[in-house]
Write a protein that binds this ligand. Structure first.
Ligand code: 2AM
Ligand code: CA
Length: 311
């Protein structure tokens, strides 16, 4: 039971709940858009979980396969809610939603980030809602319905996970860092990331590739990863996650260190401490310098068979 003392202050009548109420009041009540955005993301997440639990077999052909249906009905729901609550706002969604009025506010909607995971029953996917004002990221929500984790942020007001403030890690060096990256599901032969994956694997504690750029970014924000990079992402993949990282104290730039416009496609997000080290590595890789050769699988095979003969 709580007594409201006005915006940002609530008194909890049960002592055991006092500290939790204080956290909630400090970090939730002062948000302007996040409460309504969170409700929409949770509703869309519940809808996705219904499809996910049904585990209908994946169909790769035809428009009405499970993934397409889940993607589209999530986007439809989100679009309806946005239009009902903010009828003057513009919207761009991964599944084709477009409302263009030339207004100040624009939503970037990914109704299901991690579609390939979702289709295979691998529980790493989310709903991502980013809101920009005059081209600047303003508010963000990323909801992971498999863990019931809701990440949120507003510019200048901090970042939270399920209502509690989050902060990036303090890992000082790349060599001590766990970092994430991703590969697109289409046109992979045009993506150079395998070189970066190899090099950074050799120079860090490890590289994870979970399959949802929005969740990778929230992992950086929550200090679960020390950094993340990916090439050729879309604005709906990154609009929310980038703001959440920044508001959690992290740094996000392009691969050569420039500030990211909302439409920029190549993203490096870190805890700030390892940022310049990663960017320096990237410059070396782009220049083709210091590339460690990939181990020759034929040599490995020969060595493996020699050592099994000796054992
Ligand atoms: P999706 O699951 O919504 O398609 C994979 O690390 C990330 O890249 C995911 O966020 C995924 O979003 C996105 N992605 C998938 N295919 C892509 C493509 N062809 N181009 C760019 N991004 C892609
Ligand atoms: Ca996506």
């Amino acid at each position: 039971m709580r007594l409201s003392l006005g915006q940002g202050h609530r008194l909890c009548l049960f002592p055991a709940y006092r500290s939790c109420c204080r956290i909630m009041s400090q970090h939730i009540d002062h948000f302007e858009f996040v409460p309504q955005m969170s409700a929409i993301a949770r509703e869309a997440g519940a809808l996705l979980m219904g499809y996910f639990r049904a585990r209908v077999k994946i169909e790769y052909k035809g428009d009405a396969d499970l993934v397409t249906e889940a993607d589209r009905s999530s986007e439809r729901l989100i679009l309806e809610r946005i239009q009902a609550q903010w009828p003057s706002h513009d919207v761009i969604g991964e599944e084709g939603a477009r409302i263009e009025r030339g207004g100040d506010y624009r939503w970037y909607v990914d109704p299901l980030d991690g579609t390939t995971n979702f289709a295979h029953g691998f529980p790493v996917f989310c709903v991502s809602l980013g809101l920009a004002f005059q081209g600047e990221r303003k508010a963000a929500v990323v909801y992971d319905p498999t863990r019931d984790e809701l990440f949120a942020a507003e510019r200048g007001r901090g970042a939270v996970l399920n209502g509690e403030r989050i902060a990036v890690s303090k890992t000082p060096k790349l060599v001590q860092s766990l970092v994430g990256t991703g590969f697109p599901s289409h046109k992979r032969h045009k993506n150079p990331n395998i070189y970066f994956y190899h090099q950074i694997t050799l120079r860090s504690h490890g590289v994870r590739r979970a399959g949802s750029a929005a969740l990778d970014l929230t992992s950086v924000a929550a200090g679960r990863l020390d950094g993340f990079w990916e090439f050729n992402l879309n604005s709906w993949d990154t609009a929310a996650g980038i703001l959440i990282v920044e508001e959690a104290g992290g740094k996000v730039t392009g691969v050569d260190g420039h500030a990211l416009a909302i439409t920029d496609r190549d993203v490096v997000a870190t805890n700030g401490f390892i940022h310049s080290e990663i960017l320096d590595e990237f410059q070396e890789i782009f220049a083709g310098r210091g590339l460690e050769p990939l181990p020759d699988p034929r040599e490995y095979r020969k060595q493996a068979s020699r050592s099994s003969e000796n054992s």
